[in-house]
Design a protein around this ligand. Structure first.
Ligand code: HEC
Length: 107
C-alpha cells in the first residue's frame, strides 16, 4: 500500500516536471530573468564581439558549455563575466536545459 502511494507521488511529479520542462516559453523567460540577454542579446545575437552568439547553436553544446563555464572548467579572460555574475552561476541543470532549448529553436 505504501509503495503504491509512493509510486503515485512519483508519477505525479514526473508528469508535473515534464509538463513544465516542455514549455519553450519558460526557456525564453529564464534567458531574460537570468540576465543572459544583457550580454548575449535578446535574440541570442550578442552585444559585443567578445560575447559569443548563442542563437541556433547546438543544444547539447550550449548545455555543456554553460556547465563547464560555471564549473570553471572552461576559462579565459572573458569567462569571468559569467563566473563572477551571482545570478548566472546560480542557475541549475533544469534551467540550463530550458534556456538551451530556447536558444536552439530561435528562428
Ligand atoms: C556579463 C556578460 C555575460 C552574461 C550575463 C552571460 N554571459 Fe554567457 N558568455 C559571456 C562571455 C564573455 C562568454 C565567452 C567566454 C569565453 O570566451 O570563454 C560567454 C560564453 C557563453 C557560452 C559559450 C558559447 C560558445 O559559443 O562556446 C554560453 C553557452 C553562454 N555564455 C550562455 C550564457 C547563459 C545561458 C547566460 C545566462 C544564464 C549567460 N551566458 C550570461 C558573457 C556573459
Amino acid at each position: 500500500m505504501k509503495k503504491t502511494a509512493q509510486l503515485c507521488v512519483l508519477a505525479l511529479l514526473t508528469f508535473l516536471m515534464t509538463g513544465l520542462s516542455a514549455s519553450a516559453q519558460d526557456g525564453e523567460r529564464l534567458y531574460i530573468y537570468k540576465f543572459c540577454t544583457t550580454c548575449h542579446g535578446q535574440n541570442g545575437i550578442s552585444i559585443a564581439p567578445n560575447y559569443p552568439n548563442l542563437a541556433r547553436q547546438n543544444q547539447r553544446y550550449l548545455v555543456n558549455q554553460v556547465k563547464d563555464i560555471i564549473a570553471k572548467k572552461r576559462a579565459n579572460n572573458f569567462t569571468l563575466l559569467m563566473t563572477e555574475h551571482p545570478v548566472v552561476i546560480s542557475i541549475n541543470d533544469e534551467e540550463i536545459a530550458l534556456i538551451a532549448a530556447h536558444l536552439t529553436n530561435i528562428k
